[in-house]
Design a protein around this ligand. Structure first.
Ligand code: SF4
Length: 1015
């Protein structure tokens, strides 16, 4: 059967020369057992993917015409948070993974990937990946290593952990994760240990946006229904790199193909802004002012959705608390919005703050109002994570969704939890009951979440120590601001007793570990993932594909490392084994949570849970999956191993409107309060003490409805919680505009100061995990300073010239790229690139640290007291390896590590590190070299303390550490009687409680304050 369309001339020639298979007479599809009606299709289309029925035994033709036999095994990508589906093609002749493409059965990514998905194969074939456990063999950070067995490593780590637990120092065990991948797996492990031991990267990423959304309705992320939207407003760059980039990008494009329009707010002409209908290049930090001017347009032109706002906003509470003298009517509320609160956000004011044309702001505001329930929006990082007060950006953005009634609608924006899977787990432990003040200190009661960026400063201040510190996909020395302070903390064994880096590849933080333990890449390990990519819920199964292939071939594989290269483990089995060794006699109550849910043990020795048993249990609890598996004549676990994903639900809209059974109102302990909130029992005196469990729903127009998980069950336009915690000012209690630390008032342009936007992502980079990828590094390998032509003229520099960019703690030297795609007065740099390895020529070791030579430059690192300097000594070079491509490396550039030169900027409310920097840019000096870095960490400490002084510490009402109803990871129980940890003075399980007054006095040296002013 040939094609029904004409081959191109080139294809015909190539076919005659035997360079490609004979497509005119190709019978490949018949060999796959697929019908001619299907492939190629009658309309001349080729299928993009093999039919899942053929995955176990798939033949594909080489360009030479040679057939190759494959076993096609699905897994999930781990190169960003989106969790797209992948198909690995395992060559049955060699048993090796030959290529990686998209999984069409994945409901989120639908077979498509960005460049980073297929580049997973580079990670697997990385010639310098770590294949065996290593222990340091000299001072920490000296570059001296020796090989150890897994048994030695596990026993040593388990013994340290057991000692800490028995000594009531359980909170000295910390698991610090950068990119999480498991749905609830580690929460379960940490709860089993009974410690508050979770730390994350959230507060250098999304705390600002989360806080703004969380104050509205507890849910801290948006789930936009882009495909069905009439108008989309993005404050991120989803078409190229933003959150859930590939799944989002395809749905935004679908919406646009159906006539939808796109507006993008970004000071930089991103690829997304370039594709938009309306680009709003805002002055960094002015976004909330623009959004409120749009709200003003919607209010003035009466484009708001009266029905939604009247039914679902806590406006009665707002009037009672803030305007008790005004009439308690909806009209009165709208009048206050228009005349008292938002009338001042005129188009002219928005234009003066943002530099965006008032007419464009008005037009976009009107478009949003007219789109009504089909208005969708998204923000992740960007303005919410760049600016002090950035949490008000997401809060004001959501205000537009509330005004237009597009919360939870088709074509609107839902809470993320409506579209995210929540698994039932085997042998679930009770929730841990401690509070770790190194993660969530009293100063930041609204932090979303752990104050991870401040960990080195807390350790330096003597707030506590860490006995066992696990880092996993977490590289703060490179990724975080002021990486040199991280090095200072990591090399001090009094502060961090044991550092265990769980990593498949070398990185700047692993260089300062005691153990480096190799964990599998995404196709070498198990976990499940689910993300809110659209108005439905999916689950994908990340599985070790060579293990699955071996099992398809009839081999028994007991443990995943048996199928992985070298001695590469996976985390799931690592945590089971480690926990078992920590409590090998079962006395600590940990081991029981790692016993098999299906098998009895042998005598006194219980059966240890296998990884198949864990996922079998999880999948068997999912009704929809059980049905799908039955239809396919498989078990749920077999179904997931074969297809790699399933769709748990679709078209989930307006869940707040779900009616409740009216009989609930008849129950003795149920009552309806003055705002219509249906509660069980008496509400506590303070909102902050409500955990949401007493709120059953809300009465709306006389009907009991599910509502939102807030103290009123409604959207919280007014935050009584914020008011209760000492921020009782409409600047904070309402969606409002807070001037950023980089507001023009704080920048001395006349003295050469500018605003640095250091946060944008490149579409082809994986945060700090790209430098072992030859595909990705060949595409992108530098991060020049974007500078507008006017600024370049003022400084007398051209593209390629070196500039010195001075921050408040040091400087870096980089090339400049002169462009009109950035606003004047602003410079920008991608946060990717600039990865480094230390020049170890002097190290006395048999085992060399790897350096991911496609993307890490070699540096000399110099340190004297608090002064640090870095100079690049060797760029990227061709090198010999098992991959002949490594000798063809043609680029030398690896970029510049700008984050090292940033001081910490913790937002006083959300705890978000505010990334934008006030900088001075000048032409490089004679002895400056490309990539030079200088930092003084003492300056960093001073700036940390100044920002800390702006925080408003706990205790809050009744001695609380944090409002109970707001989210927090691995939360201690909130039920009365179980909730001691929530109160200051409750169990911290660590060291003496640290008091804020113990801070050393900040020297008043007249340097920059946190508002950016120089005194
Ligand atoms: S968007 Fe790209 S990097 Fe992210 S999961 Fe999907 S394929 Fe992987």
């Amino acid at each position: 059967m040939g094609h029904e369309y004409d081959l191109s001339r080139i294809e015909k020639v190539a076919e005659r020369l035997g360079l490609i298979s004979n497509r005119s007479t190709d019978t490949t599809k018949q060999r796959q057992g697929r019908s001619d009606e299907v492939t190629p299709t009658g309309d001349g289309r080729l299928d993009s993917y093999p039919d899942p029925a053929t995955w176990d035994d798939w033949t594909e033709y080489e360009s030479s015409g040679e057939p190759r036999e494959y076993s096609v095994v699905p897994t999930a990508c781990f190169n960003c948070e989106a969790g797209c589906g992948l198909l690995t093609y395992i060559d049955t002749e060699t048993g090796e993974i030959r290529k990686i493409e998209g999984n069409p059965e994945h409901p989120g990514s639908r077979g498509r990937n960005c460049a980073k998905g297929p580049a997973t194969i580079n990670q697997l074939n990385d010639p310098q990946r770590i294949e065996y456990p290593l222990e340091r063999d000299g001072p920490r950070g000296s570059g001296q290593w020796r090989r150890v067995s897994w048994d030695e490593a596990l026993d040593d780590i388990a013994s340290e952990m057991r000692e800490a637990l028995e000594d009531d120092r359980g909170n000295e065990i910390t698991y610090h994760v950068g990119r999480p991948g498991h749905e609830d797996y580690m929460d379960r492990v940490i709860d089993a240990w009974g410690v508050d031991g979770h730390n994350s990267h959230t507060n250098i990423c999304s705390s600002g946006a989360r806080c703004g959304y969380g104050l509205w309705h507890k849910y801290d992320r948006p789930s936009a229904d882009f495909a069905n939207a009439e108008f989309v407003l993005l404050l991120s760059a989803q078409l190229e790199s933003g959150h859930y980039f590939n799944p989002h990008a395809q749905r935004i494009m679908e919406g646009m193909q159906e006539g939808g329009e796109l507006a993008v707010m970004d000071p930089r002409l991103s690829n997304t802004a370039a594709m938009s209908d309306y680009w709003l290049p805002t002055q960094p930090g002015s976004e909330a002012a623009v959004l409120l001017a749009m709200a003003n347009v919607i209010l003035e032109e009466e484009l708001y959705d009266r029905e939604f706002v009247e039914r679902w906003v806590n406006w009665r509470q707002f009037l009672d608390e803030e305007y008790p003298g005004r009439e308690r009517t909806f009209e009165s509320y709208i009048d206050i919005l228009r005349n008292d609160l938002y009338g001042r956000y005129t188009l002219e004011y928005a234009e003066s703050e943002s530099g965006v044309d008032a007419a464009k702001i008005e037009k976009v505001g009107r478009k949003i109002g007219n789109a009504g329930s089909r208005y969708a929006s998204h923000i992740w990082r960007s303005a919410a994570s760049g600016n002090k007060g950035g949490w008000q950006v997401s809060r004001t953005l959501h205000f537009l969704s509330v005004l237009t009634g597009s919360v939870g609608t088709e074509g609107g924006t839902s809470p993320n939890a409506w579209h995210k899977f929540d698994p039932d787990l085997p042998n679930e432990p009770p929730r841990q009951k401690l509070w770790d003040e190194l993660q969530l200190p009293t100063e930041y009661p609204f932090a979303h979440y752990e104050m991870s960026e401040l960990l080195p400063y807390f350790l330096k201040e003597g707030r506590g120590k860490i006995s066992v510190y696990f880092t996993r996909v977490f590289n703060p020395v490179y990724t975080y601001p002021d990486g040199f302070s991280w090095i200072e903390a990591l090399t001090d064994e009094d502060k961090i007793g044991m550092h265990v880096a769980l990593t498949p590849t070398w990185n700047e933080t692993a260089y300062f570990a005691d153990y480096v333990l190799p964990m599998g890449h995404s196709p070498e390990r198990h976990d499940i993932q689910s993300q809110e990519t659209h108005a439905g819920t999916w689950v994908t199964y990340r599985q070790p594909v060579l293990r699955e292939y071996a099992e398809r071939e009839g081999d028994d594989v007991d443990r995943t490392y048996e199928a992985n290269p070298g001695e590469v483990w996976e985390e799931d089995e690592f945590w089971i084994d480690l926990s078992w060794r920590v409590d090998d006699d079962g006395d600590l109550g940990i081991r029981e949570h790692f016993e098999s849910p299906y098998r009895d043990g042998d005598g006194d020795e219980p059966a240890k849970m296998t990884i198949d048993e864990y996922y079998r249990y999880v999948f068997e609890q999912e009704e929809k999956l059980v049905e799908l598996a039955e239809e396919a004549d498989m078990t749920p676990l077999e179904y997931m191993k074969h297809y790699g994903a399933f769709e748990a639900s679709e078209n989930d809209y307006e869940r707040h409107e779900e009616p409740l059974d009216e009989s609930i109102l008849e129950e003795d302990d149920v009552r309806v309060d003055e705002y219509g909130t249906i509660r069980r029992g008496e509400a506590p005196e303070y909102y902050s003490e409500m955990d949401g469990s007493d709120v059953l729903g809300v009465m709306v127009d006389g009907e009991p409805r599910r509502g939102f998980p807030t103290p009123t069950g409604k959207q919280q336009f007014y935050s009584k919680t914020i008011a209760e915690w000492g921020w009782d000012d409409q600047q904070y209690t309402l969606p409002n505009y807070i001037k950023s630390h980089v507001h023009p008032e704080n920048i001395d342009y006349g003295d050469g100061e500018m605003v640095l936007v250091p946060t944008f992502r490149l579409p082809t980079q994986i945060h700090s995990r790209s430098s072992n990828s030859k595909y990705l590094e060949e595409i992108s390998h530098n991060n020049p300073v974007w500078m507008h032509t006017q600024d370049a003229d003022r400084l007398g520099v051209e593209t390629g010239d070196l500039v010195r960019v001075e921050t408040d703690i040091g400087y870096y030297v980089n090339e400049v790229w002169v462009t009109e795609s950035i606003k004047p007065g602003i410079v920008a740099m991608s946060h990717h690139m600039g990865q480094w390895k230390v020049n170890r020529e002097e190290a006395d070791t048999d085992i060399e640290e790897g350096g991911d030579p496609y993307g890490k430059v070699t540096v000399d690192l110099n340190n004297e007291a608090s002064q640090w300097g870095m100079r690049q000594t060797e760029g990227i070079q061709p090198f010999e390896s098992s991959d002949s491509d490594s000798e063809r490396v043609w680029w030398t550039d690896g970029g510049v590590a700008q984050n090292l030169t940033f001081p910490p900027h913790p937002d006083p409310v959300s705890g978000m590190h505010c990334w934008h920097q006030r900088v001075t840019v000048r032409p490089a000096e004679d002895d400056d070299y490309y990539g030079d870095i200088y930092v003084d960490t003492e300056r960093s400490m001073e700036i940390y303390r100044k920002w800390l002084d702006e925080a408003n510490p706990a205790p809050g009402p009744n001695g609380l550490r944090r409002p109970k109803w707001l989210k927090r990871p691995i939360s201690p129980p909130t039920d009365p009687g179980e909730d001691d940890a929530w109160y200051v003075g409750g169990p911290v399980g660590r060291h003496e409680r640290w008091e804020p007054d113990e801070r050393t006095t900040v020297p008043d040296d007249g340097d920059a304050g946190t508002d950016g002013s120089r005194e």
